[in-house]
Design a binder for this molecule. Structure first.
Ligand code: ME8
Length: 511
């Protein structure tokens, strides 16, 4: 089965920060989880490079827009390399294949009579790259996301007959038995979208006359395609539209479009309408997580409180940073984060809980078994118990993108093994019952492997190391794929008896 997941494509006027990292890590964790579950995954991310905002940012830096795009898209790529993001394609909207894709969609809509010319006057927020009605602004007349006043713009533009799709979109997002059902999650955000949709849909401007930095309309080169239309189409270009028919047929529609709530409207209303107008399938799920603040403040370059992916990786290590960022606050609602909260979670979950489990198990092997996997009766009770709790509390939460809950399940699995060690009291068994001691060590190693298999999507490189500790055979990804397909532990556990335990060093140095 295939699974197509996307992140938003990020604007290149900003440097990659923890907000972009949050969505991208979440998408990566899900992509890796689905791969382990034997899905044929396609994972797309990239950069959004046209529009007034980018042109203005380039001008402010004395660069051409293309120079800025080249430089900044590289910064996003570097950030995703640092965070070990396993995307299949990184798309840029200035690529010729994307331009071709946009031209084809816009021309199709035009040919179908869904695009018409109209004079329009409205309040435009450059930060959001969209028009607002007065009623959508706060009491000072500012947009909620940028706290700036949109400016009055008057143009003759090409409009898309969005209003024609109101009923059809409402049907698709509210009727779960419709074969083209679009699931919008979380539920509360879906309700907001439904409420707004019921108030009516106005036709929307799809082109700009004053903005040169964009893709010219194929049927009127004096205007450029509205940047949001250009951007949304990336999701089909990324899987081969229009030239690579085979790939497109295989991967489109998207199983999950992931983003924050700021851009949910575009993804759950405008994008489906474009697709329906063109005659293409709509996405299956549109998932918007919350917006987070840093110590109660909005993150911004001017406040100087932006956390970069590199800072995160330097402080905690790449894998720990990935786990912490995506599990710190519940996935869905808004939340507040801080270095203090990240440090605390690092110490509790990783340095103390997981780190301690690993180091005490290795010490035990070293002290009593010359660092060898004991050759003993296979003892899998503890591994089975660990697997059971994960099956109940981890898998479903991962599939529902409730990463914080999946993280809790991992921690309780680790707790079970740590508690088993305490109640077995190996230091006492060493004096009284060395056979049982051998069985105990063997069983801890198998349980640790079960944990590593489940932790893998969050911390791939660390889990590869953990996998080696117990002398487990094969590579962790292949074994995990088999484990999730068969849903059963290998008869003799994962370790090869008598192999020497790998010592990974301190995995999570205490802060
Ligand atoms: O909107 N909390 O790009 P963008 C959580 N180019 N998520 C955050 C965040 C925060 N504080 N800050 C950023 C655009 N994000 C368009 C998208 S898609 C066809 C076009 C994440 O660079 C979150 O995913 O402004 C949010 O939706 C996205 O960055 C906005 O990125």
């Amino acid at each position: 089965m295939k699974f197509y997941i996307t992140t938003p494509i990020y604007y290149v006027n900003d440097i990659p920060h923890i907000g972009h990292s949050y969505t991208t890590i979440a998408a990566d964790v899900l992509a890796r989880w689905k791969r382990l579950n034997n899905y044929d995954v396609f994972f797309l991310t990239g950069t959004d490079e046209h529009g007034a905002k980018i042109a203005a940012a380039a001008e402010a830096k004395g660069r051409t827009p293309q120079e800025l795009c080249d430089e900044m898209s590289l910064k996003f790529k570097e950030a995703w390399d640092i965070l070990n993001i396993s995307y299949d394609t990184f798309i840029r909207t200035t690529e010729s294949k994307h331009i071709k894709s946009v031209e084809k969609i816009v021309q199709t809509l035009f040919d179908k009579g869904l695009i018409f010319k109209k004079k329009y006057e409205g309040l435009y927020c450059v930060g959001c790259e969209r028009f607002y009605a007065q009623k959508d602004l706060d009491e000072d007349g500012c947009c909620a996301f940028h706290k700036t006043k949109p400016v009055l713009q008057s143009e003759e533009n090409y409009f898309f007959k969005l209003s024609l799709f109101q009923e059809a979109i409402l049907e698709r997002i509210t009727n779960s038995s419709n074969k083209d059902y679009i699931e919008i999650l979380p539920e509360e955000r879906k309700n907001e979208i439904v409420g707004k949709l019921k108030l009516g849909l106005e036709d929307v401007s799809f082109s700009r006359t004053a903005i040169e930095w964009g893709i010219p309309l194929p049927f009127d080169k004096t205007q450029t395609v509205y940047v949001w239309v250009d951007a949304l189409i990336n999701y089909i270009t990324g899987v081969g539209y229009p030239d690579d028919e085979e790939r497109f047929k295989k991967y489109w529609q998207a199983e999950v479009h992931l983003m924050a709530k700021d851009i949910l409207w575009f993804h759950s209303v405008i994008w489906p309408a474009i697709l329906m107008g063109t005659g293409l399938a709509t996405p299956k799920t549109v998932y918007s997580h919350g917006f987070f603040t840093l110590n109660g403040n909005k993150m911004s370059k001017s406040l100087g409180n932006v956390i970069s992916p590199k800072e995160l990786a330097d402080k905690y290590g790449v894998d720990a940073a990935r786990y912490l960022v995506v599990t710190l606050i519940p996935f869905g609602p808004d939340g507040d984060i801080s270095w203090e909260a990240l440090d605390l979670k690092y110490n509790i979950d990783l340095a103390n809980n997981l780190g301690n489990l690993i180091s005490r198990t290795i010490k035990m092997a070293e002290k009593y078994f010359e660092l060898k996997v004991p050759d003993t009766f296979v003892e899998l009770e503890l591994a089975k118990k660990t697997a059971e709790i994960l099956k109940e509390n981890f898998n479903e939460n991962m599939n529902k993108l409730l990463f914080h809950k999946a993280g809790e399940a991992l921690q309780s699995a680790i707790d079970i093994v740590n508690k088993a060690i305490e109640s077995d009291a190996p230091w006492r068994l060493a004096k009284t019952n060395t056979q049982k001691l051998a069985k105990c060590l063997f069983s801890y190693l198998q349980a640790i492997d079960v944990i590593a298999i489940h932790f893998f999507s969050f911390m791939p490189e660390i889990c590869k190391k953990i996998w080696k500790i117990s002398g487990a055979s094969g590579n962790i990804e292949d074994v995990a794929k088999k484990y999730f397909a068969d849903n059963i532990l290998p008869e003799k556990g994962f370790s090869i008896v008598n192999s020497t335990l790998f010592q990974p060093g301190v995995l999570f140095p205490r802060l």
